[in-house]
Write a protein that binds this ligand. Structure first.
Ligand code: ADP
Ligand code: ADP
Length: 228
């Protein structure tokens, strides 16, 4: 489903962000990506989304070698990967419903599909009664659920979450984890970069740990493994 073979990334001025990364994530896996600041987590996610090109190595998403993907095909890759950010990135002038519907409009879904799919997804993340609200009227946890709804509304096979609980209190963070776990149970591969030690330790999922751009640990039912 996702495989990196000998991936290295050197930024301009010789900054080595990733060195010889190798791993394979199967369809339906739930994986935490951990490591200290500067370890290379963001670079790793950007390479998967083709926002950065690796200096060396090969990446497969699905059956496809995305290393050689033409610019024309990048939008299709991005449709197969939903992304959730720490800072939500909702459109402030659109309602909850419109924020989610917009993701479907971009891929030119029919209005019939949109009217069917958006309420279904809002129900799934527990936001049916917030559809008409604007982002500023929502709590942090609700905003993050909108952003998750938007990320999954087009049925991606992979969901990338970059510090999704970073702006949330512990209780709200756990609500978000329940939503992510539920999405994972429905078959979506989830890759979550995080500094949330308690969550990683409790969830007992696979942990890939980066340090100074290298994979230093890849553990099934792993723990966070850092004191920070
Ligand atoms: P980026 O992925 O954008 O490079 P970082 O990985 O440095 O960002 O940090 C992402 C978030 O995690 C930030 O909000 C930062 O304050 C927080 N963070 C970074 N390092 C630590 C740490 N050692 N312990 C707890 N939180 C951290
Ligand atoms: P993390 O997300 O784990 O904090 P990053 O992938 O952001 O790690 O950073 C890995 C290394 O690459 C760091 O040394 C960082 O300073 C460097 N880096 C990240 N982005 C860039 C960039 N656009 N240009 C140059 N160096 C970068």
């Amino acid at each position: 489903m996702i495989e990196m073979k000998n991936i290295s990334k050197v930024y301009p001025k010789g900054i080595q962000a990733l060195t010889n990364i190798n791993f394979k994530i199967e369809k339906g896996d739930f994986v935490f990506l951990v490591g200290p600041s500067g370890a290379g987590k963001s670079t790793f996610l950007k390479i998967l989304l083709k926002e950065e090109e690796p200096t060396e190595g090969t990446i497969y998403v699905g059956e496809q070698n995305i290393t050689k993907l033409s610019t024309r095909k990048i939008p299709y890759l991005r449709r197969t990967i939903g992304v959730v950010f720490q800072d939500f990135r909702l459109l402030p002038n659109k309602t909850v419903y419109e924020n989610v519907a917009f993701a479907m409009q971009i891929i030119e879904a029919s209005s019939k599909e949109i009217r069917r799919q958006v309420p279904m997804i809002l129900g799934m993340v527990g936001l049916s009664d917030r559809a008409a609200q604007y982002p500023h009227q929502l709590s942090g946890g609700e905003k993050q659920r909108v952003s998750i709804a938007r990320a999954i509304v087009n049925n991606p096979s992979i969901l990338i979450a970059d510090e999704p609980t970073g702006n949330l209190d512990p209780e709200t963070a756990w609500e978000i984890m329940k939503v992510l776990r539920q999405i994972n149970r429905r078959g979506t591969t989830v890759l979550m970069a995080t500094h949330a030690k308690d969550i990683v330790d409790m969830m007992q999922q696979r942990v890939i740990a980066l340090e100074k751009g290298r994979v230093v640990r890849d553990q099934q039912r792993g723990a966070y493994g850092y004191e920070d």
